[in-house]
Design a protein around this ligand. Structure first.
Ligand code: HEM
Length: 456
């Protein structure tokens, strides 16, 4: 018997046919987040409360940061962007082999860094693993950037703000990976397991506010105004936002590396102002939305993410202006707070909310069984609490044990929310495959589709 699609078991036939480009990325990202980054966030905070901080703690903190920013958020964003950007660009689909190579490079690279960095002092193997990891990440970032520029190139040349932001996000991803390879290799060659703070800070600024913010704001420019019933933002407003965020960010990073705190603070303030320009177009404060009825409760998750982004914009603007006037560098606890408000409030909540709005798995789940209406507000409540406890409370000058206890509580909220989301994604994926399998069977049988009873 020939192995035609009709003879394949329905699930396999379906799996072979549909372009599930994002699925392995989502699994890998959730594994890095739930098993790696969020678990380390909780254990690091607990260790700091009980035993204080040490050299190995600082090295593990850098590993936590990398597992979260690239392993969890980065891999998720790259996977979902590979699925979404054809709609925002020229419609070309990325080649699936290239996308698979990106996943292997980024996944292998993050894993190698997490394993290699802490063991550098114990022999040359740690350095070799770390160098290999950084090199793999660079290849992954370059491949992703190539795909983005190929698909979005024309829209970027036409001056479309959403395309400029997404393209710039991909470029920042590649730039930080190139610098990261050089700096991490030099660190490892010196037998050190903690990256110099100026270099570490520059990489994190590019990862958070270049790469992740670039893609988030680009996708947001195309979707948030529509979802919240706002007029399409004018090109002029979009271009002002692009100029402020990209120009501010370049100044922030370069001046920081040249040890020019005043100019770096100006760059940070300009970036913050640019973020607020984008937010002014999003309309998340409006009561009425254009979400489909079944997705209405998810509006709360997106409102929470955009409220957090407003907080980040304000914090970067005001602390940058203050530092520019006084000539001092922006305080470390403010930088750390802004990063975590963004990481937990914008990125984690944004991932959880947007995934349920746009991924086919959750759309099928809604068709089969309407999820509880409390889901969106509960995610918003858990992750906004985590954001406040991890990002906002530690902004105050508090004793270390109070600061770290607040982080510990925030970490637990965030870890539980991410874990629940992982389980819900796995279940939604099963529901999706079942649903498509049943549809394929009905289609093959030639019967008319069963009528679903609508509730009164
Ligand atoms: C509520 C959950 C979280 C907790 C409790 C937490 C906890 C921590 C702690 C204790 C540190 C070390 C701070 C220090 O050096 O004083 C840290 C650093 C960091 N975290 Fe988190 N974190 C959380 C979520 C996240 C998320 C979601 C991301 C990114 C998506 C992230 C990225 C980072 C980064 C980049 C650093 C800096 C690492 C470095 O110095 O290189 N964190 N976090």
């Amino acid at each position: 018997m020939s192995d035609t699609p009709a003879n394949l078991p329905p699930k396999r036939a379906v799996r072979d046919r549909i372009a599930d480009v994002h699925v392995p990325f989502v699994y890998v990202a959730l594994a890095f987040g739930v098993l790696g980054g969020f678990s380390l966030a909780v254990t690091l905070s607990a260790e700091a409360v009980i035993a204080g901080v040490s050299a190995s703690w600082a090295s593990h903190a850098q590993v936590h940061g990398h597992l979260q920013v690239i392993g969890f958020a980065g891999i998720f964003v790259v996977g979902v962007a590979s699925k979404l950007i054809p709609r925002f660009g020229n419609g070309t689909l990325p080649r699936s082999r290239e996308v698979t190579a990106i996943l292997w490079c980024l996944g292998g690279g993050v894993l190698a860094r997490a394993v290699g960095q802490p063991v550098i002092p114990y022999g040359p193997v740690g350095s070799v693993i770390l160098d290999l990891g950084a090199a793999l990440e660079l290849v992954g970032a370059l491949l992703f950037t190539r795909i983005v520029l190929e698909i979005m190139g024309r829209a970027i040349r036409d001056g479309e703000p959403h395309a400029i932001q997404i393209g710039a996000g991909a470029l920042w991803f590649a730039v930080q990976a190139s610098l990261g390879l050089g700096w991490l290799a030099a660190m490892a060659a010196g037998g050190d397991r903690i990256l110099r703070s100026d270099q570490d800070g520059a990489l994190l600024t590019m990862q958070f506010f270049g790469f992740l913010f670039g893609v988030f704001s680009g996708v947001g420019l195309r979707s948030f105004p529509t979802l919240f019933g706002m007029p399409t933002p004018s090109r002029a407003l979009g271009l002002v936002g692009c100029a402020l965020t990209q120009g501010g960010l370049a100044l922030w990073v370069v001046a920081g590396l040249l040890s020019e705190p005043r100019s770096s603070a100006v760059g940070q303030a300009v970036f913050g102002a640019g973020a607020l320009v984008f937010i002014s177009a999003f309309g998340f404060w409006k009561r009425e939305t254009r979400f489909a009825a079944a997705s209405q409760p998810l509006a709360w998750a997106l409102r929470g993410a955009l409220l957090s982004l407003s907080l980040v914009g304000l914090l970067l603007l005001t602390s940058g202006l203050e530092a520019a006037v006084t000539g001092h560098a922006v305080a470390v606890r403010v930088t750390d707070g802004a990063r975590h408000i963004f990481a937990v409030g914008v990125i984690t909540l944004g991932i959880v909310g947007m995934a349920q709005l746009i991924l086919p798995e959750f759309a099928s789940e809604r068709l089969v069984r309407q999820p509880s209406r409390a889901r969106g507000p509960l995610y918003a409540a858990a992750l906004l609490s985590a954001m406040l406890l991890r990002g906002v409370v530690p902004l105050a000058s508090l004793p270390d044990n109070v600061r770290f206890t607040s982080m510990l509580l925030g970490g637990m909220f965030a870890w539980i929310a991410a874990g629940v989301f992982a389980v819900q994604f796995i279940r939604a994926r099963r529901a999706h495959l079942d649903y498509l399998g049943r549809m394929a069977k009905w289609r093959a049988s030639g019967e008319s589709l069963p009528v679903v009873e609508q509730p009164e």
